[in-house]
Write a protein that binds this ligand. Structure first.
Ligand SMILES: [Ca+2]
Ligand SMILES: [Ca+2]
Length: 214
């Protein structure tokens, strides 16, 4: 009995050992399979390739860095993707910086005259390439660009462009013939800084409360 018991004990221990080994092996196989599956999943993810050169989108954002490291240098530019001419193809608009002096004299505004500081509009040709139509549509811009928003502000069915700048913000009306018109003054949306923003808010508040400012 003692031998039998011992034999049984040995046999039972071997069985458990074999089971444990089998379970560990199975777990390892599952783990490896999961890893392989994960790799396969990763391989199946979409990838992106920089085709800017082939697409002829050669815009380069120009912050005009200075030794003074002005705050606006870190907040330059913006981009919008929209169909400005209604041909069903998305076009690209970039807001750009402007030339800063080092240091900037008081009251001096950034200079956008150099074409490398222009904002840019690229028309989608529909064949994987774009054409720079900035001058043709009159969107070179002014001041130091810091952002862009696209909305049909006048509800004429055509998207318009609002560029926020250090200097003056600019609203461009989409004329529907491939050109834009600066309507900032007419629309009263060229806010430049805290003082003007306060005045605009006060005007708005006055209008909302029946014009008595209360
Ligand atoms: Ca288009
Ligand atoms: Ca419009």
């Amino acid at each position: 009995m003692r031998w039998l018991s011992k034999t049984t004990s040995v046999c039972t221990g071997s069985w458990w050992f074999a089971m444990a080994a089998a379970m560990i092996s199975a777990s390892l196989l599952v783990f490896v399979a999961l890893l392989r599956g994960d790799e396969a999943g990763r391989a199946g993810l979409p990838t992106f390739v920089n085709i800017a050169d082939e697409a002829h989108v050669d815009f380069k954002c120009e912050p005009s860095k200075t030794s003074r490291k002005y705050l606006i240098e870190t907040m330059v530019g913006g981009v919008a993707v929209f169909d400005y001419d209604g041909d069903g193809l998305l076009d690209i608009f970039f807001a750009n910086g402007a030339a800063l002096q080092d240091p900037m004299p008081a009251g001096k505004v950034p200079d956008k005259a150099d074409p490398r500081y222009w904002n840019r509009l690229y028309h989608n040709n529909g064949d994987g390439t774009f054409t720079d139509v900035t001058e043709k549509v009159g969107l070179q811009g002014k001041f130091y660009g810091q952002g862009v928003a696209i909305r049909d502000y006048d509800n004429d069915g055509r998207p318009d462009i609002y560029v926020t700048n250090f200097g003056h913000n600019i609203l461009y009306h989409n004329n529907g013939d491939g050109t834009f018109t600066d309507v900032t003054e007419k629309a009263g949306v060229g806010a430049t800084g805290p003082a003007e923003l306060r005045r605009e808010r006060q005007s708005l508040a006055a209008g909302q409360h029946g014009g008595n400012g209360q």
